[in-house]
Design a protein around this ligand. Structure first.
Ligand SMILES: Cc1cc2nc3c(=O)[nH]c(=O)nc-3n(C[C@H](O)[C@H](O)[C@H](O)COP(=O)(O)OP(=O)(O)OC[C@H]3O[C@@H](n4cnc5c(N)ncnc54)[C@H](O)[C@@H]3O)c2cc1C
Length: 501
């Protein structure tokens, strides 16, 4: 019988895995993961992402072993590996989930398709969640999402027939030429851990979701924290949504029900955003709105870029958020948005380098969410409300006592709550008493925020007044805009931003 090669990519689980379930029913199965050195040399990849995947692979091996299947992990160029398998097995059936990544994986998949056609290999691809390929009609997209999430989960037979024993794995510990991992607070990989994180949210932590996800120190516990498990496919989004629906029916009115209702819209956004990159893969490299493509020089001021990357901007909440992210590989939505806003408005950096820096820091890096979000926060889509976060007001609101700031910017440890949000306003006596000299031990803000923001506003207004801007915005909206508003969580967090238009 034809061997069924199941190619695992961003779907490191066995639960609700249609390619695996169908393979098990069709013939002897060879589960395969390929470590692609060229992928790990891309500027958006990082050792922390790899470490999460390596843990997920060990977990996947345990799960597959329970089904009687040995996981093959091979390292090399995908086409070479497929050719090796072809030499060994003859024509096989290749099964995988579709991958909605950036340009590198898109081009690799095109090459794989050509290889399959030339080698008499059938490649069966299945949608992993509610994204359409191709998406010809955004008008009915929301219905498609709903139908997908309500559709049947894949079920596996109790035992599957393995094709061949797996060869020894390459050393997963050795990062692929990427240096040492410096992310001690990272979430651990694997479906088993992901399911435990999800269960604790569904049953308990969702109580704090509404009103608890803007402040970074609260969001660490009140957010679901399932993002890396969705990004690398340790959890099935359909399973998450279906379990959420059941939990919503059972939850008594109150904080848990409210939290679950607010959370549901995020799972819809997940696919809504990924659909954008799937429909326009060049979003990774160029601004969506044609009139906003030359808005900023690339990269902008390199010293400001470096200071922003290292958490040395002189705005305490911005620096605390960046350093927290370095340590944990995760930070909440509000802080991600604020970091991009600070880079792209007062510092006027092009979004490209900040996007790559954040991508490398995020363990949950998902290109289809990342690039559309970056562009939205940088104000270059032409269809989204523009938001400029004021870092002092954000700090006063989200970290009133300054605990988060003092934890992550220890230079300010001795500074009282009165000054933690704007230490540059301390006089020399106060600086002495606090044990910090601004400009020496901790920087002054890189620019005068109010002046820089006024300049950003003027530049944006000028770009938006160009002839044809509105028509181009309409075209962008036609292709990418959301047609249906899902019930939204009551948003209590929209103040403290400078609205531009
Ligand atoms: C500039 C920027 C870049 C981002 N890059 C990524 C990324 O690379 N990977 C990523 O998973 N998320 C990204 N996000 C979205 C969001 O910040 C994270 O999904 C969220 O903070 C993850 O924490 P959580 O799982 O506790 O979120 P929850 O609030 O519990 O949400 C649950 C899930 O819904 C999805 N989700 C939540 N918020 C959004 C959103 N605004 N847009 C789309 N999907 C959402 C995610 O899959 C998330 O895991 C980005 C946001 C911004 C502003």
């Amino acid at each position: 019988m034809t061997v069924q090669v199941v190619w695992f990519k961003r779907d490191l689980r066995v639960s609700d895995h249609w390619p695996l379930a169908e393979a098990c029913r069709a013939g002897p199965v060879l589960p395969l993961y390929i470590i692609e050195p060229a992928y790990w040399q891309q500027p958006d990849s990082s050792v922390r992402q790899w470490a999460f995947i390596a843990e997920s692979l060990r977990d996947l091996r345990r799960q597959l072993a329970r089904l009687g299947l040995p996981l093959w992990v091979m390292e090399g160029d995908t086409l070479n590996i497929l050719s090796q398998l072809h030499d060994q097995l003859g024509p096989f059936t290749l099964r995988s989930h579709q991958e909605y990544g950036g340009n590198w994986t898109y081009q690799r998949d095109r090459a794989v398709k050509r290889w399959c056609d030339a080698h008499d290999v059938t490649w069966q691809e299945t949608a992993p969640f509610g994204v359409l390929r191709p998406c010809l009609d955004r008008d009915h997209w929301a219905e498609h999402w709903q139908d997908f999430m309500a559709s049947s989960q894949a079920t596996l037979p109790g035992h599957c027939e393995g094709a061949l024993p797996a060869p020894p794995w390459p050393d997963l510990k050795t990062p692929r030429g990427m240096g040492r991992e410096l992310c001690p607070g990272r979430q651990r990989g694997g479906s088993e851990t992901g399911e435990a994180v999800w269960k604790s949210f569904l049953e308990q932590r969702a109580r704090g979701y509404r009103g608890g996800i803007s402040a970074p120190q609260k969001a660490e516990h009140s957010g679901s924290r399932i993002s890396p498990y969705l990004a690398w496919g340790c959890l099935s989004l359909r399973q998450v949504v279906q379990q959420l629906w059941v939990a919503q029916q059972q939850a008594p009115a109150g904080p848990l029900a409210n939290g679950l209702a607010a959370f549901e819209s995020r799972l819809w956004w997940h696919c809504h955003f990924i659909q954008k990159l799937e429909d326009q893969v060049d979003m990774e490299h160029q601004s969506l709105h044609p009139a906003l493509r030359n808005l900023r020089d690339d990269p902008g001021n390199p010293e400001w870029l470096r200071a922003w990357q290292q958490g040395q901007t002189g705005w305490p909440l911005v620096d605390a958020a960046m350093r927290y992210l370095h340590h944990h590989g995760w930070i909440n939505f509000r802080m991600r948005a604020m970091l991009v806003s600070m880079a792209c408005y007062p510092l006027w950096l092009h979004w490209q380098q900040p996007a790559l820096h954040l991508a490398r820091l995020f363990v949950d890096y998902e290109p289809g969410i990342h690039y559309p979000q970056i562009q939205m926060q940088a104000g270059v889509t032409g269809i989204n409300a523009l938001r400029m976060y004021n870092p002092t007001l954000q700090a006063q609101k989200l970290d009133p006592e300054g605990h988060f700031i003092r934890r992550w910017v220890p230079e300010l440890r001795g500074v009282s709550s009165t000054w933690t949000h704007q230490p540059w306003n301390m006089g020399s006596r106060q600086q002495k008493e606090s044990g910090v000299q601004i400009g020496e031990d901790y920087p002054s803000p890189l620019v005068d925020f109010d002046v820089a923001v006024r300049q950003a506003r003027a530049r944006l207004a000028e770009a938006r007044h160009q002839a044809g801007f509105r028509e181009q915005s309409r075209a962008v909206n036609q292709k990418h805009g959301s047609r249906r508003r899902r019930p939204r969580a009551r948003n209590t967090d929209n103040d403290d931003q400078l609205s531009l238009f």
